[in-house]
Design a protein around this ligand. Structure first.
Ligand SMILES: NC(=O)c1ccc[n+]([C@@H]2O[C@H](COP(=O)([O-])OP(=O)(O)OC[C@H]3O[C@@H](n4cnc5c(N)ncnc54)[C@H](O)[C@@H]3O)[C@@H](O)[C@H]2O)c1
Ligand SMILES: [Zn+2]
Length: 663
């Protein structure tokens, strides 16, 4: 294929994909679509004479009108996209001296809200940028953050993004396991496509504003203040005066990405002054006064090659999707979870399908659903759950509403290995010198069956295995020895008791149980008395701890500590507590002035807690001190100063900690 043909092909594909997307049934993930646009963009840049007519890259959205067409007062455009810090610098140098706001690039649906003499008159979608769709009744009924009345004369137009909050999305899918929504962005678009708001009343949206036009010009020149004065919830905006601080905010948004209640796919830089933004003008399909910075994609499309059923540490048999390798969320993903057979059914997933894979933060990648079911060739196969355990071949049982499959044979080899690996994991005993492969080998040889067996391993025995030398055997034994300090909280996690989460283990420690045996002796009644421990969790704990009693005895006999550890208790506040009543935020790298050695932030925060402080993760108006270590970003300090939070160097705090005998 020559360049010209390739350009035609890409342009055609873009039109096709856009149609499907704006009609509410995308056939590929956004990142895969963006890659096609990128390829076309670079081919056109290299061969401008081959620019297709019309050029889909100059167009915005698609003309999808379901309700009633309305012409926009001025076009609703797309955004110029960047991925490199140099592009952020170039943006700043185009507008010297102009303040810029940096905000998340929200992943929802853009809307224009029109107010006439203070009254909410219309809500319009972007459509093809020139003409949008009238969604006023839906927005009125379903969208939070759209005031019905504002205090402004004449015509006011507020633009922003209607998003489905992640919490709404999760609650909806939990309540409708049979017809789940695929992702929040799709869900938001679908909501505004409904004929009747009543049919989608559980799918509430949130409007977050990022643009304001007033006529006559009656309000603040600063975008954020203008929006807030009128009573809108603005997208979270940070003012920046240079590229370096903007870059820092962008990085901060990316790091925070998974703690927020909405999806975002990048950050947006924009002139903070509304007049300057308007004066900057537009290109064919984007404003000059704004720039989008794209983050790595968290969703991609790929092919589901095969499903294998995995035996978990509690005997649960879970389907695992084997995928055509795909780069998503910063790594190459080849496997993803499929939850259970009900989810597979509800999402209509078959082997051979094009599926949407999502990987956000540290969360295990999962298959969100099928895209493009219309393109099935007929060669796809149903996913058939097994009837017998793939490891021990015992018949499986179904449990719970989602019909999860379980192998209930406790001697099941796969379960045994999983339990041992779990015991050795970092969250539990942390036997870091013995990896999964070795645990499997030691289980096969009969050396390991229960966690307590780790403590009978000897260096001599390990040396009998192939490829184990003096050095690695010593490391393994040392690591086992250290793990004896596991303590109540991590031992409880390591025993993998169904329904008892890491949170349960932490709560039991803080409730004052001195040891694992004491938890068992408290009985169900004693456990439900603990805050946030329900009857089901209590009964599972008691049942399993009783079953595990001989194992607990063996662990004790091997010298393993099952007693509560100091680090798992609420901090004991030192007498004189110099930081009593203070809320502090710690930033930068901390080191002990006595040794010059680095101290982890959690450890330093713990010292501050002992000195009476309450720890917060980010600076707000209620923060008393921002404690700074080395290499602190300017943005944090600026923010603290703006909020009149006292900035205190770590040396000052160390002095107080040492004086009070805390450190
Ligand atoms: N999966 C597919 O097949 C397919 C097809 C077509 C388009 N798409 C996706 O749709 C999007 C294309 O839309 P686009 O070309 O307008 O680009 P865009 O969505 O990347 O950028 C423009 C939009 O960003 C939004 N936005 C969010 N936060 C903002 C903020 N703080 N300030 C200003 N604007 C903000 C606005 O709604 C604006 O319309 C892309 O994400 C693309 O991947 C996907
Ligand atoms: Zn089994």
């Amino acid at each position: 294929m020559n360049v010209e043909e390739r350009i035609q092909e890409l342009a055609g594909r873009i039109v096709e994909l856009r149609d499907a997307y704006y009609q509410g049934s995308p056939v590929v993930a956004d990142a895969d679509y963006d890659a096609i646009e990128d390829e076309l963009r670079s081919l056109i840049a290299a061969n401008p004479e081959l620019t297709p007519e019309p050029n889909p890259l100059d167009q915005v959205g698609a003309p999808t009108v379901l309700h009633a067409p309305i012409r926009h007062s001025r076009p609703m455009l797309s955004l110029e996209k960047s991925t490199k810090p140099e592009q952020v610098e170039a943006f700043f140098s185009r507008f010297p001296g102009q303040p810029v706001v940096v905000m998340p690039k929200l992943d929802g649906l853009s809307l224009a809200l029109v107010y006439e003499d203070g009254r909410f008159a219309r809500a319009i979608t972007r459509g093809d940028g020139t003409t949008g769709d009238d969604v006023t009744p839906l927005v009125r009924a379903l969208t939070d953050g759209v005031p019905h009345q504002i205090d402004a004369p004449g015509r006011v137009e507020v633009r922003g993004e209607a998003v489905m909050l992640r919490s709404t999305f999760v609650a909806y899918n939990a309540a409708h396991p049979d017809k789940p929504l695929i992702n929040p962005r799709n869900a938001a678009a679908g909501t505004l496509r409904a004929k009747d708001p009543a049919t989608v009343s559980e799918r509430r949206l949130q409007f977050l504003a990022f643009d304001l036009q007033t006529d006559p010009d009656s309000t603040e020149a600063d975008l954020e203040r203008g929006l807030k004065t009128l009573g809108f919830t603005a997208a979270d905006m940070k003012h920046c005066s240079d590229a370096a601080s903007a870059q820092e905010v962008i990085t901060g948004i990316e790091q925070q990405r998974n703690e927020l209640d909405y999806d975002l796919d990048g950050a947006v830089l924009r002139l903070a002054d509304r007049d300057a933004y308007a004066a900057a003008g537009t290109r064919s399909n984007s404003p000059r006064g704004a720039l989008a910075f794209k983050f790595a994609a968290e969703e991609k499309t790929t092919i589901l090659l095969e499903v294998r059923w995995d035996v978990g540490k509690t005997g649960k048999i879970a389907p695992v999707a084997w995928l055509e390798p795909v780069f998503v969320g910063g790594t190459t993903v080849t496997r993803a979870t499929l939850a259970n057979q009900e989810v597979i059914k509800a999402r209509g997933i078959k082997i051979g399908d094009t599926v949407l894979v999502r990987r956000a933060g540290d969360v295990i990648p999962f298959v969100a659903g099928v895209l493009d079911a219309s393109r099935r060739t007929g060669a796809e196969q149903d996913i058939v759950p097994p009837t017998h355990c793939p490891s021990c071949e015992e018949p499986l049982t179904e449990q719970g509403n989602s019909r999860e499959l379980f192998c209930t044979y406790t001697g099941c080899p796969a379960q045994t290995v999983r339990r041992l690996i779990h015991w050795a994991s970092r969250a539990a005993a942390d036997i870091d010198a013995i990896g999964g492969v070795w645990i499997e080998r030691l289980a096969e040889s009969g050396d390991l069956e229960n966690p307590s067996d780790f403590y009978s391993l000897t260096k001599e025995r390990l040396l009998e295995f192939d490829r184990v030398g003096e050095v690695s055997a010593t490391r393994m034994i040392d690591s086992i020895e250290t793990s004896k300090q596991v303590g109540l909280r991590r031992a409880l996690i390591g025993l993998a008791i169904p329904m008892a989460s890491e949170g349960t283990a932490a709560r039991l420690c803080r409730a004052g149980f001195p040891s694992l045996e004491a938890v068992m002796e408290a009985g169900e009644e004693g456990l439900v008395a603990v805050d946030d421990i329900g009857a089901k969790v209590a009964s599972s704990l008691i049942e399993h701890l009783n079953r595990l009693q001989p194992e607990l005895d063996r662990l004790r006999a091997a010298g393993v500590s099952l007693d509560v550890r100091d680090e798992d208790l609420p901090p004991v506040v030192a007498a004189g507590a110099p930081l009593a009543g203070k809320t502090v935020v710690v930033t930068g790298s901390i080191s002990d002035p006595r040794t010059g050695e680095k101290v982890g932030r959690p450890a330093f925060q713990r010292l501050c807690e002992r000195a009476g402080a309450t720890i917060a993760s980010s600076v707000s108006a209620s923060t008393d001190y921002l404690i700074t270590g080395a290499d602190v970003g300017a943005a944090k300090i600026t923010k603290a100063e703006k909020l009149e939070v006292e900035v205190v160097d770590q040396s000052e705090i160390w002095k107080q900690l040492l004086d009070a005998g805390v450190a």
